[in-house]
Design a binder for this molecule. Structure first.
Ligand code: KIV
Length: 259
């Protein structure tokens, strides 16, 4: 199994679709690692695992614990650490935090949300050998509402400008979240680095989803999420059956007992 490098990700642009998923734990990471090019330890864990209302309450220490588990459980995929809200307010703080994160978790790169406003921060990190993945379009850390972006020309121009700025700043890929199809197509054509879409159409160079969403474990279902299975239903049925077995003294039977 050959390790996926930043160079290999860059080389996939216009050649081979890049498959990415999130992982927050050992079990998911082990499976995702067999098939995915990139695994993102996303700050979406705040909502998905901890029941928070937004990603803004996620602490860097929490992310580090999850990232350590994910990184330890992967052999092949590139593992990206999602820098939480307010951990990159300026280039010095961003560097201090990103350096700590990479040292403690051994992740391969960090992801930062933002366009032209954070270009200097991205450049500063990349110059100091910290690989950066960008994130434009809908920005969960700062957006008040979940809303598709790029429906009017002002938004379109702004997001395209963000994409070009992030691409030129030295980032190795950009997550493009929740933008209309024709904007994703233009961005992907114009930038030199791979675009990774989430709700951003087939025109991106790669795709990412929150694993719990595509497995049907999380009860949010925006239009862009394809549910490959409804694990919630399976989990519910199994828990119901277990509780029934316990109450009826059917579990544990002799098969599960030590002699
Ligand atoms: O936090 C996250 O999981 C993300 C992806 C949705 C791209 O940023």
């Amino acid at each position: 199994m050959q390790k996926i490098t930043i160079k290999k990700i860059l080389n996939k642009k216009n050649k081979s679709p890049i498959a990415c998923l999130t992982a927050y734990s050992k079990n998911t990471a082990q499976v995702a690692d067999k098939y995915c090019d990139i695994i993102l330890v996303g700050d979406s864990l705040g909502m998905v695992l901890y029941g928070m209302k937004t990603t803004r309450d996620v602490k860097i220490e929490t992310m580090i614990l999850h990232a350590k588990a994910v990184k330890k459980s992967t052999k092949k995929s590139l593992v990206v650490f999602d820098m939480p809200y307010k951990t990159y307010p300026n280039k010095l703080a961003a560097y201090k935090n990103a350096k700590k994160v990479i040292k403690l978790t051994k992740c391969d790169a960090v992801k930062l949300e933002g366009g032209t406003k954070i270009v200097n921060i991205i450049k500063y990190l990349v110059k100091r050998k910290i690989p950066v993945m960008g994130h434009i379009g809908l920005l969960p850390q700062t957006s008040k509402k979940f809303k598709v972006k790029g429906k009017n020309s002002i938004q379109k121009n702004k997001i395209l400008k963000d994409a070009l700025a992030v691409s030129k700043s030295g980032a190795f890929a950009i997550v493009v979240e929740c933008v209309v199809e024709n904007l994703a197509k233009t961005i992907t054509r114009k930038v030199l680095i791979p675009t990774i879409g989430i709700g951003a159409s087939k025109y991106c160079d790669g795709q990412i989803l929150v694993t719990e969403d595509m497995l049907g474990l999380n009860d949010v279902s925006p239009k862009f999420v394809k549910k490959y299975v409804n694990l919630n239903k399976i989990v519910e049925k199994s828990i119901k059956n277990y509780v029934k077995d316990v109450k009826m003294k059917r579990f544990p039977s002799t098969k599960y007992a030590y002699k």
